[in-house]
Design a protein around this ligand. Sequence first.
Ligand code: OAD
Length: 230
Amino acid sequence: MADKIVVLTGAGLSAESGLGTFRDEGGLWAQHRIEDVATPEGFACNPQLVHDFYNARRAQAVTARPNAAHLALAELQARWPGDVVIVTQNVDGLHEAAGGSALHMHGRLAGALCHACDHRWEAPLVMAPDDPCPACATAATRPDVVWFGEMPYHMEEIADHLASASLFASIGTSGQVYPAAGFVQEARIAGAKTIELNLEPTDISRAFAHRRFGPATEVVPAWVAELLAT
Ligand code: OAD
């Protein structure tokens, strides 16, 4: 069977599409408190503030276009003879817009979730605390994103993919948020080759056998071209 590649992506992949990262200088977490906008407690305390934050991000995301790195990864998914599983922490839809597919472990800005009945639907551009759920009519709707203190999505499926991966790549993520930051260890235990592609070294760079540093739009297409040439 052909080799399986698992690719983890983070905010750095979409930075050159104009979407801000979290922890770089001037990033989202320099402008907003995580506790206020990205926790269930913050939402319970001030749902309008949380909706405002995600409404602004959704408005930005709908105008963003996939960059050369998203396109290269979609090409890898289309042309590699084995599976290429992209696991993204990003809540934008740029992997899909590039023609690829991804498991959204932190949810999607384009999704809405009713926290009364767990119904899911496509989010309108602007969400508000008193929006009724289309299924149960309760005004308990939230963005379908994963907040701190909540369990990321697709974890069992991701663990299975990591356990059967031959190559694991981490792209544009600072490696500061678990469980994603621990995927490199899971892949290593499974015997996969590991590579980090990022603008600069991260706190977990040394966990990777190989490292390449530079903007995603340069290093990712070059890496994909090498893989497809082998
Ligand atoms: P971070 O903002 O923590 O890290 C972004 C990484 O991308 C940094 O290591 C940058 O050096 C790198 N980077 C910036 N520009 C780049 C470029 N042009 N090319 C390549 N790399 C670049 O974002 P994430 O690691 O994705 O979770 O953050 C992980 C999670 O923390 C997010 O999903 C979010 C956040 O809090 C939740 O909200 C639950």
